[in-house]
Design a protein around this ligand. Structure first.
Ligand code: C5P
Length: 415
């Protein structure tokens, strides 16, 4: 399930210079499958005309409650009644104040009053305005209310030329915050530790052993778990991916560093450990502190085994049963007989689930956007069709929730 599919989102546009970036936000929301309607304040229309949002959304824009022609289209409070989510962007100091006071003095605030759905505010204003005590009091009051949540503002150079907090969040960050509000929170209260990416085993400061892992699968698992409400620690090898929203990321370079970090994270308490990292199995026996000159390089490199992080962390819990220990999920990147090899790992490392994939298959494995996983448990095998890594991550988590005995495990199925 895609949380945006079939959803009605109303974007309430406030009057700030950042309004031009809200056009991109609308486009992204629609690309994800949502139907978007726009309502604009009078000030917003000083920056961009309603025609822009009408063209982008494909729907008339609500701008005036007293305009009879608009009344005929929207009916009384029709927009609010159908909304699954309301996004106020840019949420100016003035708009935030009016929402906080429960005012219904224009198209945007009246629509907020008339809908029962969650409201996401994306503030944007000058840094002094954002720091203003009244503004902060209004923000605090809305946060305490429970129905309102905030994304941003970010920091950087503001339209007025000053540097500081007050920038409208990036459109993709606002989309992530919206996705969370539309996603069933079936992992709320769970602590999840995920490893991702390759490790790098240094021979000297400029030479190392590694593998082609990009970290995409592990990052997708971390993002999906966070979207579903889990508290996620992502232990990442060297990758060039953006940390998913709401995820605590700790970087590690070598297998030994990754093991130390994982032990700390598991030691702090975890309900699930999902080991998606492609940990190098070997490392150079000696690490030279200086670059070894080409002339001095030997044709042989002595290697020793790295720790098996997953196996050793599982072994620390001995015969303990869930929930006295975390649920352990491993990955098996194989080039032949993936499911069979995965079952051997399930037993050998005493895991609860192994997600197997054949990395030689097109559209599966290292660096691809998609994956075809077989989820192997003691109970049997669940062969998933090819799907995006985010979709596969959600299926894996749903299966893991069932093993944890969560009755609502099907609620957030797929993405
Ligand atoms: O035995 P194999 O390397 O195929 O097992 C793969 C699984 O074990 C993956 O989940 C991987 O993250 C984990 N692993 C590990 N430490 C290693 C090697 C693999 O945690 N040194």
């Amino acid at each position: 399930m895609n949380p945006f599919e079939g959803k009605n989102i109303v974007v309430g546009v406030g009057g700030g210079i950042a309004v031009y970036r809200v056009c991109e936000l609308v486009r992204l929301l629609m690309k994800r499958g949502a139907a978007v309607h726009a309502a604009m304040t009078k000030n917003a229309q000083e920056f961009v005309t309603p025609v822009t949002f009408e063209a982008l959304t494909g729907h008339p824009v609500l701008t005036d409650l007293f305009d009879l022609s608009q009344k005929a289209i929207f009916g009384h409070l029709e927009l609010g009644r159908r909304a699954d989510l309301f996004i106020a962007a840019p949420a100016t100091a003035n708009l935030i104040a009016r929402i906080r006071m429960g005012m219904g003095d224009d198209a945007v605030t009246t629509t907020i009053l008339s809908c029962a759905c969650p409201v996401l505010l994306a503030p944007a204003m000058n840094v002094q305005m954002w720091k203003n005590r009244q503004v902060q009091e209004n923000v605090g009051a809305l946060k305490r209310d429970g129905r309102f949540s905030f994304v941003g503002p970010g920091s950087g150079t503001l339209a007025c030329g000053t540097v500081g907090e007050g920038r409208l969040s990036e459109p993709d960050e606002i989309v992530d915050a919206a996705e969370k509000l539309l996603t069933p929170q079936d992992m709320a209260g769970l602590k999840v530790v995920v490893t991702a990416g390759p490790t790098r085993e240094m021979a000297d400061p400029v030479r190392f052993l590694t593998n082609p892992s990009t970290g995409k699968m592990g990052f997708a698992v971390a993002k999906a778990a966070a979207m579903r409400g889990a508290s996620v620690t992502l232990v990442s090898g060297p990758v060039s991916l953006k940390t998913p929203m709401g995820v605590r990321r700790v970087d590690a370079v070598s297998a030994i560093q990754m093991q130390r970090t994982v032990n700390e994270a598991l030691g702090a308490g975890a309900d699930m450990f999902i080991s998606a990292a492609a940990v190098c199995d070997q490392r150079p026996a000696e690490v030279s502190p200086h670059k070894v000159k080409k002339e001095a390089l030997s044709s042989e490199l002595e290697l020793v085994r790295t720790p098996d992080i997953l196996k050793e962390s599982r072994a620390q819990f001995g015969d303990a049963r869930i929930p006295a220990r975390p649920l352990f999920v491993g990955f098996a990147a194989e080039t032949e007989r993936a499911a069979e090899n995965a079952r051997a790992k399930l037993v050998g490392k005493k895991l609860d689930m192994v997600a197997a994939n054949d990395v030689t298959e097109a559209g599966s494995g290292f660096g691809t956007e998609t994956n075809r996983l077989v989820l192997v448990t003691a109970q049997g095998e669940n062969a998933l069709p090819p799907m995006t890594k985010e979709g596969a991550a959600n299926e894996l988590l749903t299966e893991a929730l069932k093993l944890l005995g969560r009755r609502d495990a099907d609620a957030g199925k797929g993405a």
